[in-house]
Design a protein around this ligand. Structure first.
Ligand code: 5GP
Length: 192
């Protein structure tokens, strides 16, 4: 069992609606030491794969991606969920339905930071139905860049995203796969 899996069993809280709450180490308070071990593990798994950029999505992906990037020595770009005056010039956009907020956002990446020479590793905290990943993949495709791989911290294996993304042929490396969780007992079962 890896450090992330141990931590999920120790501190993860199962909520109604298929939500795993991990705010004490991943989504609110951040365990940077743990992120570092996760980054090292992705670097091991993607050894030999050409990667020159990491792409993630705000907000929870950013911290994980930044610490992981130290193991790849590449810059991190994050997709923004809101338009702002700081976002100027041409942009790639994709519509993403939020699993946790149940609303739709246009996620946005400036054309300055993604181009056809990029070989991109996507990093995110959770994989549920795969909407966030499909939005990021669509942005990478719009830029003419290529998806070198996908690193997910926690995949909920009982939801459809993992299968959809693997069926599309992407290399998906999830550090922990939750196969079931029970809000009544709090029990979490992890894939061996
Ligand atoms: P998807 O787009 O794959 O349906 O959902 C992935 C996104 O929803 C992730 O970026 C994450 O922010 C959020 N998410 C999905 N499931 C969970 C969950 O069980 N717990 C938390 N904390 N976030 C989740």
């Amino acid at each position: 069992m890896n450090c992330l899996e141990e931590r999920i069993l120790k501190d993860g809280v199962v909520k109604e609606g298929n939500i795993l709450k991990v705010d004490s180490f991943l989504n609110h308070q951040l365990d940077v030491e743990l992120f570092d071990e996760m980054g090292a593990e992705w670097a091991k798994r993607f050894e030999g794969v050409e990667i020159n950029k990491i792409l993630t999505i705000e907000a929870s992906g950013i911290g994980i991606a930044c610490v992981a990037a130290r193991h790849f020595n590449v810059p991190v770009v994050f997709a923004k969920k809101t338009q702002s005056v700081n976002l100027d010039g041409e942009m790639y956009t994709a519509e993403v339905e939020s699993f946790t907020h149940k609303n739709k956002n246009n996620v946005i990446v400036s054309k300055k930071f993604l181009n056809e020479n990029d070989k991109v590793l996507i990093i995110d905290d959770f994989l549920a139905n795969g909407c966030a990943l499909q939005g990021l993949i669509s942005i990478i495709n719009s830029a003419g860049a290529s998806v070198a791989g996908i690193g997910i911290a926690i995949e909920k294996g009982f939801q459809s995203g993992g299968q959809i993304i693997r069926n599309l042929g992407y290399r998906l490396e999830s550090l922990a796969i939750v196969d079931g969780m029970d809000p009544a007992t709090g029990e979490i079962s992890l894939r061996k």
